[in-house]
Design a protein around this ligand. Structure first.
Ligand SMILES: *[C@@H]1O[C@H](CO)[C@@H](O)[C@H](O)[C@H]1NC(C)=O
Ligand SMILES: *[C@@H]1O[C@H](CO)[C@@H](O)[C@H](O)[C@H]1NC(C)=O
Ligand SMILES: *[C@@H]1O[C@H](CO)[C@@H](O)[C@H](O)[C@H]1NC(C)=O
Ligand SMILES: *[C@@H]1O[C@H](CO)[C@@H](O)[C@H](O)[C@H]1NC(C)=O
Ligand SMILES: *[C@@H]1O[C@H](CO)[C@@H](O)[C@H](O)[C@H]1NC(C)=O
Ligand SMILES: *[C@@H]1O[C@H](CO)[C@@H](O)[C@H](O)[C@H]1NC(C)=O
Length: 392
């Protein structure tokens, strides 16, 4: 239980996010060119055992699963076609072709998130050499399953990294060990950080700072709470020169003596994906308490049988609507080999190998099924952590 003892010590001192900074806008994924410079996975979900085929770009386009809507926002959908038993349902997973070095801030404005029984969306990052997971690190910015109401953030690293229990952050640390299958998780206390309440509030903005000075910090602001400086950035090509109005990060992973996070992360690509069921969302320990009313099936097959199979009308709301993803880089950040990080605005010239496949890791849990005892015990730790936290 020692990993939860820091929860009461969250208040107090301000973090060191108030010094002068300059992060230049290098990539703006938005509007008609949003889908330029991404890799579409183009394979079934062989990472988190979800019941989805993550379609190719050609299929996503022809089936309208990735499109720009009339508001000019990017929409990523789950197919609402009929699926018969033993087939998977189409959905989308996209990965930036470009990797971003330590010295990056990503800001993404999301109007609508997928959620609901069987649905498991994530916004997350991973290293360029996907065979090397988790040694290159993973940052989970947004992740939720089924009828969860709160976002759960995490880092995944090679063994050795523990999340300090005395950090200044708005969220609740649920798991301190960054190399267990769930990663070192932090739950956002804001009920508008996921699910229907997120969408009803008009969505919100995540800013993820990845620097050698402060390592990983994630801020979430519901639409009504977006700081003025962040709103102003979105309508300009200005650099980030102040974070004075950003407040305390929701999750804060400063590394330090517990772990040299700079050695745990290489340059990161950013991913948006939606899978269905799988090792987290479809695990009956999580699925059944929230979603047993979806149908008569019990046990491990319930998520698939009572949701994925069928006419698909239950997935009409299971989409991302994204205003933008912007990447800002500290001019002193190291170059990523083979990449031009000095571009400014617009879709950048990318020079990484666009293989169309990426990611050995799943978002949130480690790869390959079958579910291991290690996974189940980390699951137990999350449940215990959540129950413990709710007593505070
Ligand atoms: C998943 O499928 C892709 C495309 O076939 C392949 O490149 C990759 O190695 C597979 N990953 C795993 C973990 O099986
Ligand atoms: C793409 O669509 C074609 C034609 O329907 C289909 O045969 C193929 O399996 C699909 N592949 C992916 C990965 O979306
Ligand atoms: C963290 O988890 C890893 C993987 O399960 C384990 O090998 C390691 O001993 C754990 N570290 C601590 C300090 O509990
Ligand atoms: C789709 O299937 C669900 C569940 O079986 C049913 O309630 C709904 O009426 C169906 N919708 C359509 C348009 O057929
Ligand atoms: C991409 O990077 C490689 C290796 O650094 C380089 O040889 C090549 O010229 C680059 N291509 C472009 C289009 O910049
Ligand atoms: C990098 O991109 C910027 C902006 O597009 C361009 O001006 C510059 O020439 C590029 N540098 C290289 C080495 O390609």
């Amino acid at each position: 239980m020692h990993s939860f003892t820091g929860l009461l010590a969250l208040a107090a001192s301000l973090p060191a996010f108030t010094s002068a900074v300059t992060f230049n806008l290098v990539d703006d994924y938005s509007g008609k060119t949003f889908f330029d410079n991404w890799d579409f996975y183009g394979n079934y979900d062989n990472l988190t055992n979800g019941d989805t085929t993550w379609v190719t770009k050609a299929n996503a386009t022809s089936k309208n699963l990735a499109e720009i809507n009339s508001a000019g926002n990017a929409v990523l959908k789950v197919s609402t076609d009929t699926v018969v038993w033993n087939e998977k349902r189409d959905a989308v997973r996209i990965t930036t072709q470009k990797a971003y070095p330590l010295g990056t801030i990503w800001i993404t404005d999301v109007v609508h998130l997928p959620y609901g029984c069987s649905v498991w969306p994530a916004i997350w990052t991973l290293g360029q050499n996907t065979q090397n997971w988790p040694n290159d690190g993973e940052i989970d910015i947004l992740e939720g399953i089924n009828l969860n109401t709160n976002n759960q953030m995490a880092l995944h690293t090679a063994p050795g990294c523990m999340h300090s229990t005395s950090v200044t952050q708005g969220g609740k640390s649920l798991q301190a060990n960054c190399s267990v299958d769930a990663g070192c998780t932090v739950q956002d206390p804001d009920p508008k950080s996921y699910g229907n309440a997120f969408n009803q509030a008009g969505g919100g903005v995540w800013a993820t700072q990845f620097t050698k000075e402060t390592l990983v910090s994630i801020w979430f602001w519901s639409r009504a709470n977006i700081p003025a400086s962040v709103t102003k950035l979105a309508s300009s090509k200005d650099a980030i020169t102040s974070q004075d109005d950003w407040g305390t990060p929701t999750a804060n992973y400063p590394g330090g003596s517990d772990c040299d996070l700079t050695k745990s992360f290489t340059a990161q690509k950013l991913v948006y994906d939606i899978t269905l069921c799988g090792t987290w969302g479809g695990n009956p320990d999580f699925y059944l308490p929230q979603c047993s009313a979806q149908g008569p099936t019990t046990g491990a097959a319930a998520c698939y049988t009572d949701n994925v199979v069928g006419n698909g009308s239950n997935y009409a709301n299971a989409y991302f609507e994204i205003k933008y993803l912007r990447a800002y880089i500290d001019p002193s950040a190291p170059a990523v080999p083979g990449q031009n990080t000095s571009s400014s605005g617009g879709s950048s010239s990318s020079n990484s190998s666009a293989s169309g496949s990426s990611g050995k890791a799943g978002a949130g849990v480690a790869a390959a099924p079958p579910i291991t005892m290690a996974f189940l015990s980390s699951v137990a730790a999350i449940v215990i952590g959540a129950a413990f936290a709710s007593l505070l």
